[in-house]
Structure formats: C-alpha cells, structure tokens
Design a protein around this ligand. Structure first.
Ligand code: ZN
Length: 307
C-alpha cells in the first residue's frame, strides 16, 4: 500500500471574504466547494483547487470569524509548497504578487510569500512528472498557473521520533535530512521538518490545521487498521461525502488525515458549477434557513472575474 501524495491541506481563516479573494482572484485557484464545518455548521469550510477539484491541489479553510492570528510552532505545519512550471513562472508570480501588494521573497529557485493572515507559501519549479493540477483564470497564463502541492513543511524538535511511523507505518521514503516523500501510483508529495522556533505555536487564523494524504477507496480500511495497530489511535472512518477520512497525530504532533481519492466534489454538484452555491451535508439540510443568514455572504469569484 502506498499513499498517493498530499490529498488536501486544511487551514484556518478569520476572514472568509478576504480568503476567497486571495486564493481565487490572486492565486487563481477555483473555489470548488462552499460548505460548512461538519462539526460546526455556523462556520464555512471553503475548498480551493484545480479545475476538477482534484486531490493533490486542494487547500481548504475553516472560517472562524474574529479568531486571532495564530503562529506556527513545534508540531505544526508552517509552509505549504506548490509546484510551478518554470523559472519564468517564478518571475510571473513575483511580479503578480508584488503588484497586489504582497511582500515576496525571491530566492534562486523559489518565491516565498504569506497570505493576508500570515500563512506561508512557497512556490518551487517542479521536477515531478505528475499531472499538473491547474485552474483556469483570465489573468494567469496556463504555463504559469499553480500545479498542485509539492510539499508541506512542519516544525519539530526531534524528527527521528517520527521516522518509524513515517517510514514503516505510512510507507514514506526518506529523501534527505528530515525529508520524506509519500509517492503512490499517480502522485507524490513531500513532508519535511525544520527546527522548531523557541516561541510556542498557537493555533489561529493563518495556521494549518492538518494535512491529508491520499489513499485509494479500496485500501482505506486497511490503512485504518494499520494506523490503529501501530498505536496511533485514529478516529473512526468518517464519511465526508466527497471523500472518507481518518485522523491521527504523528509523533511530532502534526495532525494527519488519510483521505480517499474519491468520490470527489462532483458527487453533489454539477462539475460546471462547483462552489457557486452553499452545499450543506445532508444532516444539516433541514436547518438551511437558520444556517444561511448566520454565514458571512461571499461573492461568486468566477462571476466576479467575468464582469
Ligand atoms: Zn481534512
């Protein structure tokens, strides 16, 4: 059994409208699902991805209006890395982000920036031959579009403590000092550690909540059994409608999820119109009239781009 790279990365925002603006208008991702937190239906859960809503390029946000800024610390993911096509793409993003007033650090082979709430992103030229996962955007030429995740980077004081779980239980391959790759039949994704800062981490706006790794539907039950047998105390298998999930903490403290590659975001919406209307899990549909007025109104980013 092999995990097929990163499935999605879930983060926290205090400002859903600003979040939609940054990830759709500026970064050019497609809002592929506008729904609510299945554990708290008074707040949004927003999913941005490529045109098809594919696992591998799907960044999602829980909205907690008014929650203070957090900061990444020990046992937390601090940076999300995305693939782009070429050095010219890095030039494009350096220019585009700078024009939008986003502070950019341009390195030799990367572009580093933060979203409006301090969540750090890094763009790197891909060496992977995986299918590029791109969304369409009128101002972003296809050759420069984001192509999906390359890696997530986390803070730890002791990467060796996690090694047995990453390698022997999850089947990651060591790829350097504190660096591992999860590579399956169709994609790969990297998990890397950096030395923790002195300051304690704090969950909040602009932090990563968890990273999910991809499993086939057929192998998902076996992954649950394997993680449980290793003493990692996973959650039960939870049906998230667009995929199934199990959650557990790896020894460094980072919350991991293993999510299935299907059935996908088209299961309850026309693929042509993903993300345009509020989708409620079936258990909440009967209280739609109470939920909708509580949520911050959001623009339809595609309609805004066309007008
Ligand atoms: Zn998740």
């Amino acid at each position: 059994m092999r995990l097929d790279g990163i499935h999605h990365v879930t983060c926290i925002t205090a400002d859903a409208p600003g979040n939609v603006d940054f990830y759709t208008r500026i970064l050019g991702l497609r809002l592929v699902k506008k729904t609510v937190n299945q554990d708290d239906p008074t707040v949004y859960h927003l999913f941005y991805a490529d045109e098809d809503g594919s696992p591998g390029g799907d960044i999602t946000f829980f909205e907690y209006p008014g929650i203070p800024r957090g900061r990444a610390g020990d046992g937390m993911i601090h940076t999300v890395e995305w693939r782009v096509g070429s050095a010219e793409s890095l030039d494009f993003w350096e220019r585009r982000l700078t024009d939008e007033g986003v502070a950019v650090e341009r390195g030799d082979g990367d572009v580093v920036f933060e979203d409006p709430e301090g969540l750090r992103h890094r763009l790197v030229v891909t060496a992977a031959e995986d299918e590029p996962l791109m969304a369409e955007h009128p101002e972003i030429p296809a050759e420069h579009a984001l192509q999906g995740f390359d890696a997530v980077r986390a803070y730890t004081r002791a990467p060796e403590v996690s090694r047995p779980v990453l390698q022997e239980i999850l089947g990651f391959t060591a790829a350097g000092d504190g660096v591992w790759e999860a590579r399956g039949d169709t994609r790969g994704g990297v998990y890397a550690y950096d030395e923790s800062p002195e300051e304690r981490g704090l969950g909040g706006a602009g932090t990563v909540h968890h990273v999910a790794w991809s499993s086939t539907m057929e192998e998902h039950g076996a992954w649950h059994a394997r993680v449980a047998a290793a003493g990692l105390r996973p959650s039960p298998i939870i049906d998230r409608f667009w995929f199934r999930s199990i959650y557990f903490r790896e020894p460094s403290g980072v919350l991991f999820e293993i999510a299935t590659l299907g059935p996908g975001f088209g299961i309850d919406e026309d693929p042509e119109h993903l993300g345009e209307k509020l989708i409620l899990p079936p258990a909440f549909e009967h209280i739609r009239a109470q939920i909708e007025p509580v949520l911050t109104p959001l623009p339809d980013p595609r309609a805004a781009a066309r007008s």
